[in-house]
Design a protein around this ligand. Structure first.
Ligand code: DGL
Length: 264
């Protein structure tokens, strides 16, 4: 039965694990297949056509695994999806932009957006927030090095400290009181980001709202599983051991299956 089919969750690498963790918590009965393209990460500096082609290959993999719904646990992929979802028979949920939540959190109407080059270039977060409130000032900040440093397990040390100062001090000086983590790799850096921005700045991770959107769609379509405990298969295109070490920051990795998958 369709209700018994798995959910797909995918990202350019390990970042989507921050979304997987929320989906796993909210939907314990669902089977989940995670795919992280650790061989080709980062996607952020790549042109639109390449991001689309890689995304198509991942969605074909999900289709082959007969998922009933897929979650693009990556903002860079989400802002580049365009018409791709129309090519697949299952619904595809993109990352929430967190616009309403950010507007509810901000007191001074100064909101920062941290994301990859491709996501910032798309301007989609700023557009969605300003469509709801045109008095808000948005401070977009492309964090070119963050995702690669997370992939390289550099959660502390000289390289990540200096990147954090480069990206975050301008936001602190601009006086933002709310910052959207618009790249799924960045929740791994929350302690560092909080330390540089200061405790008064609210950090918004839209992973939970994204998981809730998936839950709503499954409910509306009568596809929500609730009978049993779901399994999780975590697939990566390279370096499974590294991915597993990074995953262990968030998850009890002993309970999940980790596999290397070649997309082509
Ligand atoms: N995790 C991805 C995102 O949410 C991007 C990292 C990358 O591949 O550049 O935007």
């Amino acid at each position: 039965m369709e209700v018994d089919l798995p959910i797909g969750v995918f990202d350019s690498g390990v970042g989507g694990l921050t979304v997987f963790a929320q989906v796993r918590k909210l939907l314990p009965a669902e089977d989940i297949i995670y795919f992280g393209d650790t061989k080709r990460v980062p996607y952020g500096p790549r042109p639109h056509a390449v991001i689309q082609q890689f995304t198509r290959e991942i969605l074909d993999f999900m289709s082959h695994n007969r998922v009933k719904l897929a979650i693009a646990a990556c903002n860079t992929i989400t802002v580049n999806l365009n018409r791709l979802p129309q090519e697949y028979s299952f619904p595809i949920v993109g990352m929430s932009k967190g616009a309403r939540t950010a507007l509810a959190l901000t007191k001074n109407k100064c909101i920062g957006v941290l994301a990859t080059d491709a996501t910032i270039e798309s301007g989609k977060h700023a557009a969605e927030i300003q469509a709801l409130d045109d008095k808000v000032k948005i401070y977009p900040q492309a964090c070119h090095k963050f995702a690669s440093l997370v992939e390289a397990e550099q959660f502390s040390g000289e390289a990540i400290e200096s990147a954090a100062k480069e990206y975050l001090i301008p936001l602190r000086e601009a006086g933002v009181d709310t910052v959207i983590l618009a790249c799924t790799h960045y929740p791994f850096l929350i302690p560092l980001i909080r330390r540089v921005l200061g405790p008064q700045v609210k950090l918004l991770n839209p992973a939970k709202e994204t998981a809730r959107t998936a839950q709503l769609i499954l409910t509306q379509r009568g596809l929500l599983q609730n009978k049993r405990l779901g399994y999780s298969r975590l697939c990566f295109s390279a370096d499974v051991e590294r991915a597993k070490r990074i995953a262990s920051h968030l998850l009890d990795v002993t309970t999940y299956e980790f596999t290397e998958i070649n997309l082509k």
